[in-house]
Design a protein around this ligand. Structure first.
Ligand SMILES: NC(=O)c1ccc[n+]([C@@H]2O[C@H](COP(=O)([O-])OP(=O)(O)OC[C@H]3O[C@@H](n4cnc5c(N)ncnc54)[C@H](O)[C@@H]3O)[C@@H](O)[C@H]2O)c1
Length: 356
């Protein structure tokens, strides 16, 4: 009988990785039946059975340490929510390439020593999928990991906004190799983008024509500092704005993204939403609210569902991008749809009513 354990490798031991490892540990310690994930079980897969078997980073404070220590390196700011025992998985130095923007180079020292052969480590560790959670805009590094997963013949999950799953060339390569490709740009479970789309959906369904809207965040994590770099800021904004624009039929005045880095917020992200629309007889309809969340756990909550669905896809011999998983868990999927359909597609896929 097939094991229901899921062996994952992860590149980038930052706040998402911290949320993921702490989340899996939390589920193992508390065994809550209602665990506040959208899908307590996916097929036969339980979230607590996810096991990290290989890890890559380039930061001198993380490389050559056990991943259970690396997630609490001072530069990561996801709070310690549970005690994580040593896993016996050492963080290895991955390909540096363009991993660090100019701003990040001021706060991260690259570990000494040679870069490892990622493909060999993926094979030796028997990983079934590689999750890429490195900084926004690190295109060459993301591509290096995407190629490594392909060469090791394991699935690739791209949490970053670099276009991989939505790129026809990568998509074709993964399809030809009969390997699943999932992405791009993870969507937090209770995050700004999904909530923004939700408000717009409801207003649209109630006949309101949206005119102007913004969702601007301030936050304190390393990724927020990274997106202060001009090139990388635009990168993330473009993905978020495309994702929001797809929720409405008419062209709207729109801004969405991170507007500033406030170190003292730590892993907290504070989103401000403004929506202006017009209803019956041009009646003005306005929404002005604020959302506060923790980035690491919020992203990990989606990722835990995505990992298990990807395992299911592999078991079903899926190849290339799996539309339903990508649309459900990511802001820039290859096939876009609205929030409601994305959830429906995902649920249909996991019970076998959709083929991709
Ligand atoms: N809720 C969320 O946190 C969330 C939501 C959506 C998307 N994302 C995306 O996920 C990615 C990771 O987010 P995060 O908050 O964990 O970032 P982070 O900045 O906390 O961590 C990134 C890690 O990657 C490491 N790194 C840099 N270059 C590398 C390389 N070449 N190889 C291996 N490691 C490298 C850094 O040292 C750091 O440890 C980002 O691209 C972000 O846009 C995150």
């Amino acid at each position: 009988m097939e094991s229901d354990e899921i062996r994952i490798a992860i590149a980038g031991i930052g706040n998402i990785a911290s949320g993921l490892l702490q989340g899996i540990t939390y589920l193992n310690q508390f065994k809550e039946e209602k665990n506040k994930l959208l899908h307590p079980k996916i097929g036969s897969y339980e979230a607590r059975k996810i096991r990290i078997v290989a890890a890559f980073d380039i930061d001198s404070t993380k490389v050559q340490t056990d991943i259970s220590d690396a997630i609490f390196a001072p530069i990561n700011c996801t709070p310690k929510l549970v005690n994580v025992e040593k896993l016996g998985v050492q963080v290895e130095k991955g390909p540096v390439k363009d991993g660090l923007s100019e701003i990040l180079q001021k706060v991260i020292n690259i570990a000494d020593g040679e870069e490892v052969d990622v493909v060999s480590i993926l094979k030796e560790s028997d990983a079934e999928m590689l999750i890429c959670a490195i900084p926004t805009g690190a295109e060459k590094a993301v591509e290096a990991y995407a190629q490594a997963a392909l060469d090791a013949e394991i699935a690739f999950i791209n949490c970053t906004p670099t276009t991989i799953a939505s790129d026809p060339t990568w998509s074709k390569k993964y399809k030809q190799a009969n390997i699943c490709l999932i992405g791009d740009d993870l969507q937090s479970l209770a995050g700004g983008t999904v909530l923004h789309k939700g408000f717009l959906d409801v207003l649209k369904e109630q006949g309101v024509i949206i005119k102007d809207t913004y969702q601007l965040d301030v936050a304190g994590g390393l990724e927020t500092l990274n997106t202060l770099d001009d090139d990388r800021k635009e990168y993330k904004r473009n993905v978020k704005e495309r994702s929001i624009q797809q929720s409405v039929d008419n062209h709207i005045n729109l801004a969405s993204g991170t507007s500033d880095y406030l170190e003292f917020l730590g892993n907290r992200r504070i989103g401000h939403f403004w929506i202006y629309g017009e209803g019956f007889m041009n009646m003005p309809v306005k929404i002005d609210i604020r959302l506060e969340t923790l980035d690491g756990p919020n992203g990990a909550a989606t990722l835990i569902d995505v990992i298990r669905a990807t395992k299911l896809a592999q078991r079903r011999a899926g190849s290339g991008p799996i539309s339903s998983i990508c649309a459900f868990g990511f802001k820039a999927p290859p096939v876009t749809t609205n929030r409601h359909n994305a959830g429906k597609w995902f649920d249909e896929y996991i019970v076998g009513k959709r083929i991709d």
